[in-house]
Structures are given as C-alpha cells and as structure tokens.
Design a protein around this ligand. Structure first.
Ligand SMILES: *Cc1c(COP(=O)(O)O)cnc(C)c1O
Length: 400
C-alpha cells in the first residue's frame, strides 16, 4: 500500500468537458490536450473517460504519447503537436496518428517513408500545418509558403487535414498581441488557399482563447488546462464552472512530541514555538512536492510581492506557504521540504500514525511513480502504478 498517492476524479474531468462543450458553436469540436500524461492526471484514463463522454479528438506532444493512447484503445483522432523524427514516423503512420508539419526539410522524407510503407497509393499520413505567428517556437513563416506549397505538391502521401497556430498571450487582458497573431494566421491561410492548399480544419484556441475569443473557435478548440480543473489565469473564474479532479494524499509515517525550541530540517530554518507534535510524511521535492515552474514577475506589483516574501523569510516568516490539511484543518510545513520526507508541525491536534493528510502537489510536476487512484461514478475503479519504473500499469479495481 502506497503511503503517498493521488486520487483522480474522472467524473470531475467529464463534467469539465461538458461545461466546455456547452460553450462551443455547433460546428466546433473539443480536442482534448492530454500531453504530459494529461497534465499529470494520467493520459489513458482521462482520454478513455472523455472518449466515453463523446470526445473524438485528442492531442499530445510526442509520438510516444500517441502510441500509448492507441495501445490502450483510444480510436479517435490523435494529433501530435510537437516536432517528430524520422525514426518515429513508421510507428506513427501505422498507428494513424496525425502529425504536425512545422518545417520544410522533413516533408519530402516523410512522404518517402509513407510511400515505402504501403505499396498502394492508399497509405496516407494526415498532417496539420503549424503556423508560427508569435509564439517563437515551431511553425512555418509566411515567407516559406511558396516553398511549402511546392514540396506538398510533390508529396502525394501527405494529406493536409489541418492548419493551426498557438497563442503566446491569450490569457492576458491586453488583446493586441493575440489579435496580431490571429491576423497573421488569417493571412497565412488566405495565401494557402490561393496556392491551392485547403486544409479541412482550422484551430487556434487554447483554454484562454477559447474563453475570451469565441469568434475564433473554428473546427476545434484545443483544451488542456480547463479539463483538468484549472483556470488559465485570474479573471476567468466567472466564465465557466470547473470541478477539481485532483487530490494528493500522504500518510503520517512518524509522529513525535517535541519541546518548545526544537529545530527542524536542513539549515534549521524552523524552530518550534511551543511544545508540539511533529509528523513526517513520505513525500518530498523528488516527488514534485514544493516545486514549481520558475516564477517571473509580470509587473511591479508582482515584483514587490516577491521582494517582500523573500525579505520576511529572512526573519523566519514564510508567506504563501502551501497548505497541508489534516482532518480538515490546515497544518504547517516545518522547515525545508526534503527529497522524500517532509515534516509537519501538527500542534497538539489529536492524530496518530497512518492518518491521511491532503497535500498541495502541483499536477504537472507530480512524479509519475506516485500511484494514481481513479474514481468514476463515485467509486474507485482502478489504480495506476509504474511497472519496474517504466510504463504505467493499470489494475482494474472494484470496490463492491
Ligand atoms: C498545451 C497546448 C494546448 C492546450 O493549452 P491549454 O492552455 O492548457 O488549454 C493547446 N495547443 C497547443 C499547441 C499546446 O501545446
């Protein structure tokens, strides 16, 4: 029995999906972005329950992620958003993954790989053209359009089913940059049309753009953040109601009463202020606990907050520390979070060895080795653990 685990409520994910679908125009479909193991929730379980709820399209970053979905029975459209390599193509084509094209040099090669795979003309790979409009990452630029059209003409095994772009600042209040990006996208697709390339589908919206630019939904909206119960930023809360599918839990594995003045943890940054109990839970930064993406201030107010926070930490006051809950009450993290152990100052609250605590564990960085327990229809029905540290292994469960 694991002492640290994550409970994922698939009913909540499905509810979020249904809230999203309600806001779509009838001709638009939701493409569920389940990259990075569905932002930590578990790509297979999330994709399966969404497929059951009617979702027909999924997106991942890498070929490997798409193959895992296929192997676990996902039959819908699977788009690979990231760049792919020649070694991956045969498997991707065989699994009918749709690939993103974002640079010229690989197109002829992809066509060749496809042509030798099937002797008949019928082996096609469906591709989406990625347009670089301001993300500064991958994609074709306007100046490459003539060359793109030329190489596509020579590539009969490629079928252009989509064209898309990705916004850098859709969650910001200032719309100018996003409008520019969209304008570039429109010029690009117009020119494509003049060159005789007419992709079946267009898609531009991520979670933030889906909520703020409903006139740009087109054929698909690509949604990750909202599905897993997060808002893309402040100010989106009123736009739809989300359910949180994620609870991380750990158990007290060591408990001791200590006197006032006891130092706790590395660098002894914490000292007990009174007689209290210290509880140890088996989770630490190697599990993704207490870690997060680097925070860059978005303005002077943010910067000031950061400075004050670091300043008062000098005096042992830790603002904005994450909340750990024991029997519904917030308890403090005592000292620095360790690699795999964390100490809690639980006060004189009644508790015992083996008690569960709820911990704030960021979903995208939660270690995949932490078992995921899935709830559906209000019941726990499966658990996923790592098998020999590699691929996920699913145990079907039924609790009566
Ligand atoms: C991750 C990603 C998305 C989903 O973005 P969210 O804001 O999480 O909904 C959409 N499109 C692309 C290209 C992505 O990489």
């Amino acid at each position: 029995m694991a002492e640290t685990w994550i409970e994922v409520d698939l009913d909540a994910v499905v509810k979020n999906y249904q809230e999203i679908v309600k806001l779509l125009h009838p001709e638009t479909r939701c493409m569920a972005v389940v990259k990075a193991d569905a932002y930590g929730l578990g790509a297979v379980e999330v994709a399966r329950s969404l497929a059951r709820a009617g979702c027909e399209a999924f997106a991942v970053t890498r070929v490997e992620e798409g193959l895992i979905l296929r192997e676990h029975g996902i039959v819908g459209l699977i788009l690979v958003l990231g760049p792919t390599t020649e070694e991956e193509w045969p498997r991707a084509i065989a699994a009918q993954l749709q690939l993103t094209l974002s640079e010229l040099s690989s197109i002829a090669e992809l066509n060749k790989v496809c042509s030798v795979m099937g002797s008949e003309q019928s082996t096609l790979v469906q591709v989406h053209l990625k347009v670089e409009t301001g993300m500064g990452r991958t994609g074709f630029r306007f100046s490459e359009l003539e060359a793109l059209s030329h190489v596509l003409d020579q590539s009969p095994h490629l079928q252009v089913t989509g064209v898309y772009t990705h916004f850098a600042r859709a969650a910001r209040k200032d719309r100018a940059y996003t409008l520019d990006q969209y304008q570039r996208f429109t010029s690009f697709t117009a020119r494509l049309g003049e060159l005789g390339i007419n992709p079946t589908w267009k898609h531009v919206c991520n979670s933030a753009a889906f909520l703020d630019y409903s006139e740009w939904h087109h054929d698909f909206v690509r949604i990750g953040t909202l599905l897993i119960g997060h808002y893309p930023g402040q100010g989106f809360k009123g736009k739809l109601k989300l359910s949180d599918p994620w609870i991380a839990k750990s158990r007290i594995v060591h408990l001791r009463k200590v006197p006032k003045g006891t130092y706790v943890g590395y660098q002894s940054i914490y000292r007990t202020k009174a007689e209290t109990q210290l509880a140890v839970i088996p989770v630490g930064y190697a599990d993704g606990f207490g870690t997060g993406p680097h925070f860059t201030p978005q303005g002077w107010a943010d910067f000031l907050r950061l400075v004050i926070k670091n300043f008062v930490a000098l005096f042992g006051i830790f603002l904005g520390l994450e909340r750990v809950e024991l029997k519904g009450k917030t308890v403090r993290i005592a000292g620095k979070i360790g690699m795999q152990l964390t100490v809690l100052d639980v006060g004189m609250q009644e508790c015992s060895l083996g008690d569960e605590v709820e911990i704030p564990l960021r979903r995208t960085v939660a270690n995949p080795r932490i078992p995921r327990r899935y709830r559906q229809d209000g019941q726990m029905f499966s658990e996923r653990v790592m098998e020999e540290g590699v691929l996920p292994f699913y145990k079907e469960y039924s609790l009566e």
